[in-house]
Design a protein around this ligand. Structure first.
Ligand code: SIN
Ligand code: MN
Length: 247
């Protein structure tokens, strides 16, 4: 698998102008694609996407993108990644897991931007906030092999996936690797919710479609995956959802 070269961190710093968080736009189109799965095309409008990219520049400044390693083969992923939230997903020779700190800086991950917490609150019925937001950066040649998201304790929480920048060709199958698959494009601003029967479906990104967005330099793509890692405890409601930017 090819490694991505070049520095998204520097490019993300190119424009650090910050603006007031835009109001959340309610979903207008919901196209069911598979059981328990919801695709909301254009959930974030262009201004919201630009605002979120500004927020991600700060995330990447505090928690630089790193290249994860596959535990079995020791090969590098073709995406580079970082995280925000109390926990972050990492992969190295010791396996896949969630960690409270960045593997290189050892600092806690920065907070999840409000616009993402609000999207989680608007699109899920889950009674607590997400604990992890994985930030994947795809260069033009990056892809993501078919896999399940199964490093979490609570599969009753959906996975909420936000796409920014170039279109990615998303592929999804069933809960066994051999099940038939189908693919569809994920464009900038789209949100995909994998819940219910689709929560443990195998999925991946076949390829990035060049020339489909001007949001990011070099036609790259960012995918933000919001996940709940542990079951919320009734004793502590610290992590109850408190949407902030929404009226
Ligand atoms: C992932 O499953 O980790 C990423 C999916 C995507 O990039 O849309
Ligand atoms: Mn995944």
């Amino acid at each position: 698998m090819r490694r991505n070269r070049g520095s998204i961190a520097l490019k993300l710093h190119a424009d650090s102008r910050r603006s007031k968080p835009p109001a959340m736009t309610p979903p207008t189109t919901i196209a069911p694609v598979a059981t328990g799965m919801r695709l909301i095309p254009g959930f974030l409008d262009r201004e919201q996407q630009k605002h979120l990219v500004d927020e991600l520049r700060e995330v990447v400044r505090l928690a630089p993108l790193f290249t994860p390693i596959m535990p079995g083969t020791g090969k590098p992923f073709s995406v580079r990644m970082t995280n925000c939230g109390p926990l972050g997903w990492v992969s190295d020779k010791n396996g896949y897991r969630y960690e409270p700190a960045h593997p290189l800086t050892r600092n806690p991950w920065p907070p999840i931007p409000d616009i993402l917490l609000n999207a989680w609150a608007a699109l899920t019925d889950y009674p607590a906030a997400p604990q992890a937001c994985l930030v994947n950066y795809y260069g033009p040649a990056a892809r993501m092999g078919m896999h399940q998201d199964r490093d979490e304790e609570d599969f009753s929480a959906p996975v909420v996936s936000v796409s920014l920048g170039a279109t990615g060709r998303f592929r999804i199958g069933g809960i066994v690797r051999s099940a038939p698959t189908r693919s569809f494009p994920l464009s900038s601003g789209d949100i995909l919710v994998l819940g219910g029967a689709s929560r443990l479906a195998f999925h991946g990104i076949d390829r990035i479609v060049a020339g489909t967005s001007t949001l990011l330099p070099d036609g790259g793509r960012i995918n933000l995956t919001l996940r709940r890692v542990s079951k919320p405890t009734t004793a502590s409601r610290d992590d109850a959802i408190t949407p902030r930017s929404q009226a």
